[in-house]
Design a protein around this ligand. Structure first.
Ligand SMILES: NC(=O)c1ccc[n+]([C@@H]2O[C@H](COP(=O)([O-])OP(=O)(O)OC[C@H]3O[C@@H](n4cnc5c(N)ncnc54)[C@H](O)[C@@H]3O)[C@@H](O)[C@H]2O)c1
Length: 353
């Protein structure tokens, strides 16, 4: 067993740090650890902060795609440990050979390649946008600093809402270069648009390529001119009123699910979307994906994080692509940016509190 643990980069026990069984649970056996490290080369490690719906589903996706060993950390004692045991027990059925640790102790997260922040509350009835910024802002600053202290080389993906504001705050709290801090929303919003188009046309979702820019909220900017079905612009396949209905449904995509679930929000597609971003970085796929990136003049905008198409590789955001937009699309993007910017001072004040 000690050989198995020693073969995993950064394991605290391998470095002589004592850990009580209640603090963390590592689901690993000698065979899986041996095959993971000796057959495939070094195994990446991803820390997922927040073992709630999005975090635990993301952990599941990462394991089942054999992408990385996962450390799942949460403030609630027992929750990440329980999820880790449960996911670990699925390994044989799913046929993957990655490991998962559930913990309340950041020392278990040391030397992670990527840190994904999903900790925080979803917006609840009666909560203003500012209330959510206050609560989640403190959580993002606190959890990110603890994680990065032990994984200073990591890149960061923020999932916690309000997304574009939390991503900017995370960058400010981290001292990392901006290309290593990014937010997940555009992949999800584009996946929703893609799905609605596919359902409407009765084609497989993989035949549809969709693009949504802007902030993660009702001011997001779906781009029909960059949405195609196997190369055919969607506007040639759908009448304008149907296309507009799909755009509206995309903008309302999160709220539609919240309304149906009555408690909590979407998490399967959000977890899949974050997983796509992790995969593009870990496998250096250099995919072009819409994500919240730091803008320094692109699209005429600066001083914020906002959803734009980026090339995403091993080192993080390699390029921001500037699409040519119609005047109406550009104006919509500027409205979305203004709404995000308006919330930044309140969030940044948390850094001094
Ligand atoms: N960007 C997106 O597209 C997108 C999509 C879905 C959800 N979200 C956001 O992701 C966040 C999580 O959503 P969820 O559905 O998983 O919520 P959830 O309530 O199921 O899980 C949140 C988890 O965070 C944990 N947590 C709270 N404070 C913590 C702290 N200080 N340290 C560590 N863990 C802490 C909680 O214990 C809980 O397990 C929310 O803010 C939600 O709005 C964003």
């Amino acid at each position: 067993m000690s050989g198995a643990l020693g073969s995993i980069r950064g394991h605290p026990q391998a470095r002589g740090i004592a850990r009580s069984p209640a603090q963390s649970f590592r689901c690993v056996n000698a065979m899986t650890a041996y095959s993971a490290s000796s057959v495939c080369g070094p195994v990446n490690q991803v820390t997922v902060v927040g073992a709630g719906n999005v975090g635990s589903t993301l952990a599941q996706r990462l394991l089942e795609r054999n992408l990385a060993n996962v450390v799942l950390v949460d403030i609630v004692d027992g929750r990440p440990q329980g999820v880790a045991i449960d996911l670990g027990q699925a390994a044989g059925c799913e046929g993957h050979n990655r490991t998962i640790v559930g913990t309340n102790d950041y020392r278990d997260t040391a030397n992670s390649d990527i840190v994904v922040i999903t900790a925080g509350l979803p917006r609840r009835p009666g909560m203003t946008r500012d209330d959510l910024t206050q609560v989640n802002g403190k959580i993002v600053i606190n959890t990110l600093r603890q994680a990065l202290a032990l994984s200073p080389q990591a890149s960061v993906i923020v999932v916690t809402n309000p997304l574009d504001v939390m991503t900017y705050l995370a960058w400010k709290a981290s001292d990392l270069p901006p290309h290593r801090v990014m937010g997940m929303a555009g992949v999800l919003d584009s996946a929703r648009f893609q799905t609605f188009v596919a359902w409407e046309l009765g084609v497989p979702p993989r035949d549809v390529s969709a693009m949504v820019l802007g902030g993660h909220g009702d001011l997001m900017v779906p781009l029909p001119s960059y949405t195609t079905v196997n190369g055919i612009p969607v506007a040639e396949l759908l009448p304008a009123d149907r296309l507009q209905a799909l755009i509206d449904r995309t903008r309302n995509g999160g709220a539609e699910i919240v309304q149906l679930l009555k408690q909590g929000g979407a998490y399967y597609a959000p977890a899949s979307s974050a997983c796509v971003m992790v995969e593009s970085m870990l496998l250096n796929q250099r995919r072009i994906l819409p994500l919240a990136a730091h803008l320094t003049g692109q699209y005429g905008l600066d001083g914020l994080y906002l959803g734009v198409p980026c090339r995403l590789g091993q080192g993080g955001v390699e390029d921001i692509l500037e699409l040519s937009l119609t005047p109406a699309e550009q104006a919509a993007l500027e409205r979305s940016a203004a709404s995000v910017k308006e919330q930044l001072p309140q969030a940044l004040a948390l850094l001094d509190s």
